[in-house]
Design a protein. Structure first.
Length: 205
């Protein structure tokens, strides 16, 4: 984790009188199929679970292990899920922001500062610190990225059982060659975002 952005967050925290900090992140923004899922996480000052990092730097097994530890430890978190239909209706950027707002508002804990992964501010009247690559630089955001990723991956595993021809268990809805080949063969299902352009691939099967 980097030092400069973390130092900036510490300075903000100090000026605000050691506020309770919540990190928020979303997953699924770049997918061709499936919902956008966001998580908001508040870590205690004595947090001691090892291995928390940007979910993209962890294996599925590592993410599941850390997710279970976070839940077992009673770490406060909230979730927000925006459906495919709403993504198509309001666009993916607004859907991502809405999912993060939903995750924050679903938390019952009080907090004073929100660290948001990325450059966008959320439409909420509370102190915010947008942080590019926040999931790599800020521990609560990293924890949020893990929770959001595990929850969304589990959803896509469920959908894989309903639509095994698309291979959702392998790519989780991202635009891999396997996924695009399945779109060429079978066309989109209700999980696919209609406003996204699907670049199909040549297929000789």
């Amino acid at each position: 984790m980097g030092d400069s952005p973390k130092a900036a967050i510490v300075n903000i925290m100090t000026r605000l009188g050691r506020p309770l900090v919540v990190g928020v992140d979303e997953v699924g923004r770049g997918c061709l199929a499936g919902p956008v899922v966001a998580a908001a996480v508040q870590l205690p000052s004595d947090f001691s679970i090892d291995g928390v990092d940007d979910s993209k730097n962890l294996s599925p097994k590592q993410r599941e292990l850390i997710f279970n530890k976070l839940v077992k430890a009673g770490i406060p978190f909230g979730l927000g899920v925006v459906s495919v239909e709403e993504i198509d209706h309001i666009n993916i950027l607004q859907a991502s922001l809405k999912a993060m707002v939903m995750a924050l508002t679903s938390m019952r804990q009080c907090f004073d500062l929100v660290v948001v992964d990325g450059r966008q501010r959320l439409p909420l009247h509370l102190p915010q610190y947008p942080l590019i690559k926040g999931d790599s630089l800020c521990l609560p955001v990293a924890a949020a990225s893990i929770i959001a990723k595990v929850v969304r991956d589990r959803q896509m595993l469920y959908y894989d059982r309903r639509f095994p021809e698309y291979g959702f268990a392998r790519h989780k809805g991202y635009g891999t060659t396997l996924h695009r080949r399945a779109l060429t063969l079978y066309g989109p299902c209700f999980l696919h975002r209609k406003t996204f352009r699907f670049k199909t691939v040549e297929c000789n099967e």
